[in-house]
Design a binder for this molecule. Structure first.
Ligand SMILES: NC(=O)c1ccc[n+]([C@@H]2O[C@H](COP(=O)([O-])OP(=O)(O)OC[C@H]3O[C@@H](n4cnc5c(N)ncnc54)[C@H](O)[C@@H]3O)[C@@H](O)[C@H]2O)c1
Ligand SMILES: [Zn+2]
Length: 351
């Protein structure tokens, strides 16, 4: 099924049109404390539906993707008389769209919802694709549901108040999509100033399409959707190791560095051309700096990669690798030795 995404900076009017078209009888807007302060005022001014809606506010941060927060929202919806003829409008980053989407997917077996991503990561990744969920039992996204939003409204109007590291974090996912798309998209992504929001809406339109086309071909991640894991096997290991050392790094930064490791692996295993490797390395170094690792980190990094749920056996770690920009191969296994070599080269390239 083709996902509905509207690209516009006329967010309020667009929400009103979508709500009207849906025939929804009542509207519930979910925000976190930051989007309540930074994004809701504009929507209240420009959208009749939001102004008239019941606003439900959650805390900010990933810890809020919890059963307790979901239960509190279910309770508010129940007490507020929400029905399957209501519309839920999620206004926020990935936390609000994951949590609000999950609550919408489960309340009364499914209430339609609109996502209004307010972070770049939300726009480019979390708000589309229909993966909703909460963290549970100490595990990320352990409980959830596939449930596509009725629509997603992508705009750049909310990014002005977003800290620079949040913009860069989202941009790494854009770089990933560009690598999955091809040479031209990659060149455009590399020549766009990552911190510049002007012109970003047009870039988002072509970039998000890369994800939604892959998702449409494989909504429940049986195979091709795994291409979207590019950069994430190494990236998650960097992220988890940094977390263990109590020096957390933003997800997108970990992905940016992970992309370098996996492009090096792609070069070694599939002949990914160095002409498309070095510009990515330059871009990542210029915008994200480098993430220093030492040989002593390798065993833990490898163990973290092996623990990744995508792997059948710890001896063979699964990656999505590229033959070239736009030519992904999922389920490529690499041995510990291959990965150590790639980490050595990553260190040389980013030194
Ligand atoms: N469902 C998916 O397919 C998918 C994909 C990628 C990530 N995710 C999930 O997304 C979450 C991360 O998303 P995120 O990076 O957007 O985090 P987030 O929602 O926590 O937002 C980051 C911070 O920015 C604040 N914020 C949001 N919009 C703002 C604005 N316009 N101005 C100022 N501050 C603003 C938030 O309150 C928060 O403090 C994770 O939980 C991750 O698991 C889901
Ligand atoms: Zn990611």
């Amino acid at each position: 099924m083709k996902e509905k995404i509207v690209y516009t900076n006329e967010v309020g009017a667009t929400i009103d049109r979508l709500v009207e078209e849906s025939g929804a009888k009542s509207v519930f807007t979910i925000v976190d404390v930051n989007t309540a302060a930074f994004c809701l005022p504009l929507l209240r001014e420009t959208s009749k539906a939001v102004a008239a809606s019941t606003v439900l506010t959650v805390k900010a941060g990933d810890a809020e993707k919890s059963l307790e927060a979901a239960a509190a929202l279910w309770k508010s919806l129940s007490n507020g008389g929400a029905t399957r003829s209501s519309m839920i409008v999620n206004v926020g980053g990935g936390v609000v769209t994951d949590l609000g989407g999950f609550v919408a997917a489960t309340f009364k077996r499914g209430v339609p919802y609109i996502n209004v991503p307010t972070t770049l990561l939300g726009a480019v990744d979390a708000a589309t694709g229909g993966k909703t969920g909460i963290n549970f039992n100490g595990l990320k996204n352990e409980v959830g549901a596939f449930a596509l939003p009725a629509a997603t409204v992508v705009s750049t109007v909310f990014f002005k108040t977003l800290p620079k590291h949040e913009m860069l974090s989202g941009y790494a996912e854009m770089l990933k999509h560009a690598l999955l798309s091809g040479n031209e998209a990659l060149a455009r992504a590399l020549s766009h100033d990552a911190a510049d929001t002007d012109g970003l809406l047009a870039l988002l339109r072509e970039n998000i399409k890369v994800k939604t086309e892959i998702v449409a071909s494989d909504p429940k991640e049986a195979g091709p959707r795994k291409a979207l894991n590019l950069g994430h096997t190494a990236g998650h290991a960097f992220e988890a190791l940094a977390m263990e050392r109590r020096q957390p790094i933003p997800h997108g930064y970990a992905v940016a560095w992970g992309l370098i490791v996996e492009l090096v692996l792609s070069h070694l295993a599939l002949g990914y051309p160095t002409t498309h490797l070095y510009p990515v390395v330059q871009f990542v170094k210029a915008h994200y700096g480098s993430h220093p690792i030492v040989c002593d980190d390798y065993p833990r990094l490898l163990a973290l990669m092996a623990h990744d749920k995508k792997n059948a056996s710890p001896e063979e770690i699964n990656f999505t690798l590229l033959h070239a920009p736009g030519e992904a191969e999922v389920n490529r296994t690499a041995t510990a030795k291959d990965i150590e070599t790639a980490l050595d080269i990553y260190r040389d390239l980013t030194a």
